[in-house]
Design a protein around this ligand. Structure first.
Ligand SMILES: NC(=O)C1=CN([C@@H]2O[C@H](COP(=O)(O)OP(=O)(O)OC[C@H]3O[C@@H](n4cnc5c(N)ncnc54)[C@H](OP(=O)(O)O)[C@@H]3O)[C@@H](O)[C@H]2O)C=CC1
Ligand SMILES: O=C(O)C1=N[C@H](C(=O)O)C[C@H](O)C1
Length: 255
């Protein structure tokens, strides 16, 4: 039998952490070696358990420090927690490059705003469609226990739409709003993003693309957190062969 991948889960007591622990335990090629919770020393916990890969589903305020601790501990990181910025990603890329050069290691960090296949495909379809439409807006809908808004997925989607529009030479979207800007949602790279929090929901996103006389609606729904698990397990399997920082599951899926 091939050796199992030794996996630690950070935020193990949380909604995603608990689901990830169950998925890792059910995977024949993985062994869950540590459940790390708030207040524990991340580096000591993963080193003590002999983890090769750590999955971070903690909180926006903790995840960057966790990833730096994992790199110092010599452990690959798969990150689902939100709160990342261009600056924090750049710091992680620089840290990974330095550790890999100094220690002749091939440590990898995969940060994925969303591990659900439906969400990754929706983002890709939205980016493909964006250059053909005058208007584009994003609506993300989540359970009311979510602490951040707009979602990491919606930010990633809006940034991809904005990049596609820039690449096509499109200017700002038509919008005659003069008052009540607070009702027009967040401005992410020039794309309006609206956040709904509703009991009963899990994680959902709509991208609306409009032209004179027509609309394209792209919608994805995660009805259950198990929807994220195939993507998480894929990242755990691949992170060891992807040195440095990878942002987005689309790269692992070769989309
Ligand atoms: N990329 C993706 O596909 C997905 C990403 N997410 C993201 O994952 C994150 C977690 O979501 P969710 O599980 O719903 O949130 P929860 O609040 O249920 O879980 C977060 C857990 O992390 C713990 N925690 C906080 N700080 C630390 C720390 N420094 N070390 C270890 N554990 C810590 C919390 O403990 P305590 O409560 O004691 O503070 C809690 O148990 C969010 O950022 C969310 O947006 C969610 C779904 C999918
Ligand atoms: O908090 C959540 O639940 C989710 N968070 C991620 C995000 O902010 O995009 C992914 C998914 O939307 C679920």
């Amino acid at each position: 039998m091939t050796q199992q991948i030794r996996v630690a889960v950070l935020g193990a007591a949380g909604r995603m952490g608990a689901t990830t622990c169950a998925a890792v335990e059910a995977a024949a090629d993985m062994e869950l070696v540590a459940r790390v919770e708030a207040g524990q020393d991340v580096a000591a916990a993963v080193r003590g358990a002999g983890a090769q890969v750590a999955v971070d589903f903690t909180v926006p305020g903790a995840t960057e420090a966790n990833v730096h601790a994992l790199l110092d501990a010599g452990v690959h990181a798969v990150v689902g927690a939100t709160g990342w910025t261009d600056e924090s990603r750049a710091r992680v890329a620089e840290h990974a490059a330095r550790v890999n050069a100094e220690r002749e290691r091939g440590l990898g960090v995969v940060i994925a705003p969303n591990f659900a296949l439906s969400a990754v495909l929706a983002m890709r379809f939205a980016a493909q469609a964006a250059r053909f439409f005058e208007s584009a807006e994003v609506i993300e809908l989540h359970h009311p226990n979510k602490v951040d808004a707009p979602s990491g997925t919606a930010r990633h989607t809006a940034e991809a739409i904005a990049a596609a529009r820039r690449g096509a030479g499109l200017g700002p979207m038509p919008d005659a709003t003069e008052t009540g800007w607070e009702a027009r949602g967040a401005d992410v790279d020039g794309v309006r993003v609206h956040a709904v929090r509703l009991r009963g929901l899990v994680a959902h996103e709509e991208v609306l693309l409009g032209n004179p006389g027509e609309q394209l609606l792209i919608r994805q729904d995660s009805f259950d957190r198990v929807s994220f698990m195939p993507g998480v397990l894929l990242a755990v399997r691949q992170v060891g062969s992807r040195p440095g920082l990878t942002v987005g599951l689309e790269h692992l899926l070769e989309l």
